[in-house]
Design a binder for this molecule. Structure first.
Ligand code: ATP
Ligand code: MG
Length: 247
């Protein structure tokens, strides 16, 4: 069963220059993208910086309108988790309030407290975290809080846009495992955006590779990883090996 689909999406942005910010042309961000996300799956979108991944995510979330093409969504229970846990949490709010704000049913305090405590356990933070503020946490902990906030709304579909890119490698794996466990437990569908093919292989059943606003290859993540068909995918894979040589 399909949960989200795009058909032949195109999107360009104005290029503005100079004092008067005149439009000097347009940059094509998305150049005819179609994709189909099955309910309960984890769909990966990889590609280098500027290839259009975030733009597609925003279009699927309804935060941006495409110039042409269509988007079909079979749920209104959507959430998004961003790259930067520093900017995505309100610094003036206690963690309890950040998590309670998202609860679907505005319960009495005792009920809300119980639900928030359940979420706190799920994201593996101590209960004492609830009385603190975002600046009192590390990047990885803040990302857990952002994940908890998303879960409070009981989403069916989450767009994860580079959720671990700002964290160091050991913390990345903890957060990826948490996201994976949560998906299994609640049967949430993910659109998982990353520039890192290894992350996508770990997280996703299917992957689409983007380049210059187009999908150049799509398949099961195992296949794409082990038998890349497109030269660009091969290049992405070889650059991974360049940075992380086999010992
Ligand atoms: N609001 C905007 N105004 C103008 N240009 C934009 C805007 N948003 C995106 N673009 C351009 O559209 C293209 C795609 O951007 P997008 O953010 O989708 O890429 P991305 O694949 O998510 O990159 P990254 O890996 O760096 O996050 C880029 O050329 C970018 O500069
Ligand atoms: Mg992006």
């Amino acid at each position: 069963m399909m949960i989200a689909r795009c058909i032949d999406i195109k999107k360009s942005f104005p290029v503005k220059r100079g004092y008067l910010q005149e439009e000097r042309g347009r940059v094509t961000a998305i150049d005819g993208v179609s994709l189909h996300i099955e309910k309960g799956s984890s769909f990966g979108l990889v590609g280098e910086s500027g290839s259009g991944k975030t733009t597609i995510g925003k279009i699927i979330l309804g935060a941006l309108k495409p110039d042409s093409g269509s988007v079909e969504l079979k749920t209104d229970k959507l959430q998004v988790i961003f790259q930067d846990p520093y900017n995505s949490l309100d610094p003036k709010m206690k963690i309890f309030d950040i998590l309670a704000e998202g609860l679907i049913i505005k319960a009495q305090y005792a009920e809300a407290r119980r639900k928030v405590e359940d979420i706190t356990d799920l994201i593996m933070l101590p209960r004492s975290a609830l009385d603190k503020y975002p600046h009192q946490f590390s990047g990885g902990e803040r990302q857990r809080i952002a994940i908890g906030r998303a879960l409070a709304t009981e989403p069916e579909f989450i767009v994860c846009d580079e959720p671990v890119s700002s964290l160091d490698v050991t913390i990345q794996l903890q957060i990826l495992k948490l996201l994976k466990d949560i998906r299994k437990k609640f049967n949430i569908t993910y659109l998982f955006i990353s520039h890192d093919l290894r992350v996508v292989r770990f997280m996703c059943d299917r992957v689409a590779v983007m380049k210059d606003g187009k999908i150049v290859e799509e398949g099961s993540s195992l296949d794409v990883y082990s038998h890349p068909a497109h030269p660009y995918t091969k290049l992405l894979l070889s650059s991974i090996l360049d940075i992380y040589p086999k010992k």
